[in-house]
Design a protein around this ligand. Structure first.
Ligand code: PBG
Length: 331
């Protein structure tokens, strides 16, 4: 049958802006954004991260200022990541348990201001270990259960300092259940958990490791705990375990190269599902834009919309303040 004669013309709905808006299936809003920020010791410091143009490490006072800006832009949440001074790193990552560490000081300082914004903190040992791994080591081996014990204590220290959402990014087995239980026992029943459920051993984390200062120190790779990029069924098993163990939200990471995983998890579980547009994805767009090879703003917006189309309920993105500003101007 001749479809044109039968009357089907897909371009009819695309003729005008109002019509394109009318048939649009997905939209990016400020409510979809979580902004990851980097912390550094000191005062009045905004230290550029060379591999992440326009991203700076912030001292606590500057982080407070940025939190206020983010709250005014209506960004729902911040995710905090510390650059730990090398002198504070050791092979067990003991600084992670210091109730006065950089992350905890930033949590308290931002919380005191009472901004309407959620604070999320990463649970993993890599910013604090001299070997750059997320867990405790015995020779070459990353110890699972011993690490989980330490992660429970790290999560507790963060919850006590005011973290609203504990986000374990370490990929140890059983950590969500253990952390949930220890938070509950200590009276933090309301503290949410966002599990990095499907976190892949990815080359796209490079600039982040520069930002937190673990790239020079990392020995080997993380393939014995982070997932193999070849796998997708395994992501379902990881997510199912995390949900069963008490995760309130799940996450896929990296983002754009793993949109198939986002879609599968959302279809399978119907729980709040997030994607992390990681440092390497950010750096690629910024680098290409800086060379004039693509339109940076358009590529940013298209990449963020793609997460929504794939089923994500929100996106962790270094573009958050920029895109929130643009969305505010449009409305
Ligand atoms: C640490 C952690 C990493 C990221 C978030 N938490 C790096 C890693 O696992 O090596 C990466 C984020 C990014 O690249 O933007 N466990």
């Amino acid at each position: 049958m001749d479809t044109l004669l039968a009357g089907t013309r897909m371009r009819r709905n695309r003729q005008t802006d109002w019509s394109r808006r009318l048939v649009r299936e997905n939209a990016l809003t400020v409510d979809d954004l979580i902004w990851p920020i980097f912390l550094v010791d000191g005062e009045g410091i905004r230290q550029p991260v060379p591999s992440m143009p326009d991203v700076v490490r912030l001292s606590v006072d500057e982080a407070v200022r940025e939190a206020e800006r983010a709250a005014k832009l209506n960004i729902p949440a911040l995710a905090l990541f510390p650059y730990t001074d090398p002198s504070l790193r050791d092979d067990t990552g003991s600084e992670a348990l210091n109730a006065n560490n950089l992350t905890c000081r930033a949590l308290r300082a931002i919380k005191t201001e009472g901004f309407d914004i959620g604070l999320m903190t990463d649970v993993a040992l890599d910013p604090y270990t001299s070997h750059g791994h997320d867990g405790l080591m015995d020779g070459e081996t990353i110890l699972n259960d011993e690490t989980v014990d330490q992660l429970c204590r790290q999560a507790l220290v963060q919850a006590e300092a005011g973290s609203d959402v504990i986000a374990p990014s370490d990929m140890m087995d059983g950590r969500i259940g253990a952390i949930r239980q220890s938070l509950d026992v200590q009276g933090f029943r309301g503290t949410q958990i966002m599990a990095y459920s499907a976190k892949y051993a990815s080359a796209f984390y490079g600039p982040f490791r520069d930002a937190v200062g673990s790239s020079g120190t990392l020995k080997g790779d993380k393939r014995t705990y982070q997932m193999d990029p070849a796998n997708t069924d395994e992501a379902l098993r990881e997510a199912e375990l995390d949900i069963t163990e008490g995760a309130d939200m799940i996450m896929v990471k990296p983002g754009l190269p793993y949109l198939d995983i986002v879609r599968r998890l959302k279809d399978e579980f119907q729980v709040p599902t997030y994607a992390y547009q990681v440092s390497g994805e950010y750096a690629m767009i910024k680098a290409a834009a800086a060379n004039g090879w693509l339109d940076g703003d358009k590529a940013m917006l298209e990449s963020l919309l793609a997460f929504k189309r794939a089923g994500a309920d929100g996106i962790l993105t270094y573009f958050a303040p920029k895109v929130a500003g643009m969305l505010a101007e449009r409305s």
